[in-house]
Design a protein around this ligand. Structure first.
Ligand code: SAM
Length: 228
């Protein structure tokens, strides 16, 4: 049965697994659950994994099913999309996943340093005209660097060559080391990934770990990109 956007906006207020922090309040103080996702939201100690810009949440849901020993959070600003993931988790009784409806820009008001074991950025919008919103930019990388644990992993999945090149060239100057390992994952694709595969577009899965060393200056020849 088709559920209208209006109905979805109403229903997300009722879902027990969906948190909608108030942006105004976050400008003044961290979220109530900041630093307490495992203890107060999931009520168990486990590795904590965030997917930022999760859209309909299908990828996070699939990961949560596959790795029941880990806790997952899907974050997206679009309520009508995130409704799908939250509803599926409620309907199927998937307890190791929650959803956050908020702009990713507030991420440091949502997580304390070192709280996350993994961050997934899946098929981010390139935002060529609004560079400050781009989820893989230097600004966001600095945020991820602070909230990832020492052995944490940052993942990027994209079908946009410009974004893959950006990660390959810029991330090593932002305190991250690129990994050349492949992570064996079940055959699960995000909504946008499925579209890319259907259209025969190449996709990249790039992984990086935070290093403790200082960030290094970006050489002039690679400094020019849409997001500087
Ligand atoms: C191209 S879609 C990809 C959705 C999903 N990851 C997938 O692969 O199917 C990008 C998603 O990122 C979300 N998004 C973009 N910028 C965001 C931000 N700053 N904060 C939260 N969500 C954001 C959008 O709402 C959108 O759902």
């Amino acid at each position: 049965m088709k559920v209208s956007k209006l109905e979805r906006y109403q229903q997300i207020n009722e879902f027990p697994n969906l948190v909608q922090p108030d942006a105004g309040a976050l400008r003044k103080a961290p979220a109530e659950l900041c630093g307490k996702w495992n203890s107060s939201f999931f009520r168990r100690t486990a590795e904590l994994v965030l997917e930022i810009g999760c859209g309909w949440g299908d990828f996070s849901i699939a990961l949560a099913r596959h790795f029941p020993e880990r806790n997952f959070l899907g974050l997206d600003v679009k309520g009508a999309r995130i409704w799908r993931g939250a509803k599926t988790a409620v309907d199927e009784g998937i307890k190791n996943i929650g959803f956050l409806r908020i702009e990713g820009e507030f991420i440091e008001q949502l997580f304390v340093p070192g709280e996350l074991n993994e961050i997934w950025i899946t098929f981010p919008t390139p935002y060529l005209r609004k560079p400050e919103k781009m989820l893989i930019s230097q600004t966001f990388l600095a945020r991820y660097h602070r909230i990832l644990s020492v052995n944490g992993i940052l993942h990027l999945k994209t079908d946009v060559q410009l974004l893959a090149d950006y990660a390959f060239n810029i991330w090593p100057h932002c305190g991250f080391k690129l990994l050349d390992k492949e992570t064996l994952l079940p055959e699960i694709h995000t909504n946008f990934e499925a579209r890319a595969i259907k259209s025969n577009r190449c996709t990249w899965h790039i992984q990086a770990i935070p290093l403790s060393e200082n960030f290094s200056p970006i050489p002039d020849e690679i400094r020019r990109n849409p997001w500087n």
